[in-house]
Design a protein around this ligand. Structure first.
Ligand SMILES: [Cu+2]
Length: 147
């Protein structure tokens, strides 16, 4: 087991070096993935009236847990939009995973929160649509989900 312990120390050091949390999972292969970006691509639909950003809790979404979505909506000048109806749709680009949609609730300052669950690891599209004052916007975030 001495060799195992040594390997564990090396992995802990490497994961600290990579900037991850160095917790109990540091030995697993997951930790080495943590230096990869969570959001792989962002695509704003043509003609969108809003700008959107998104982040996650936990910061790296995993398929076995619910994910809290934090997002912001601004108009094209950057002013927060507080009264939008915001909907998220979770889609796998490579396969039909069924309908997986939920609404996000406004939290002031152009921020919206909601909870959803990715039902598989791999690449997902988080499609966010916002509607306010007769205008609409749509942004797709390609997101990496771990198992
Ligand atoms: Cu799938």
């Amino acid at each position: 087991m001495g060799r195992m312990k040594h390997l564990l120390l090396v992995f802990c050091f490497l994961s600290l070096f990579a900037g991850c949390s160095g917790d109990k999972t540091a030995f697993s292969a997951k930790a080495t993935h943590s230096s990869q970006p969570v959001i792989l691509a962002t695509t704003v639909a043509p003609g969108s009236a809003f700008k959107m950003s998104v982040s996650f809790e936990p910061p790296q979404p995993v398929m076995s847990k619910k994910t809290t979505f934090h997002m912001t909506v601004t108009d094209l000048s950057g002013a927060p939009v507080n009264d939008a109806k915001v909907q998220a749709s979770l889609v796998m680009p490579l396969m039909d995973m069924g309908k997986n949609e939920f609404a996000l609730q406004p939290a002031g300052g152009g921020r919206y929160h909601g909870t959803g669950q990715f039902t598989m690891s791999g690449e997902w599209e988080v499609v966010l649509t916002a509607n306010a004052a007769g205008k609409s916007g749509k942004t797709t975030f390609n997101v990496r989900v771990e198992d």
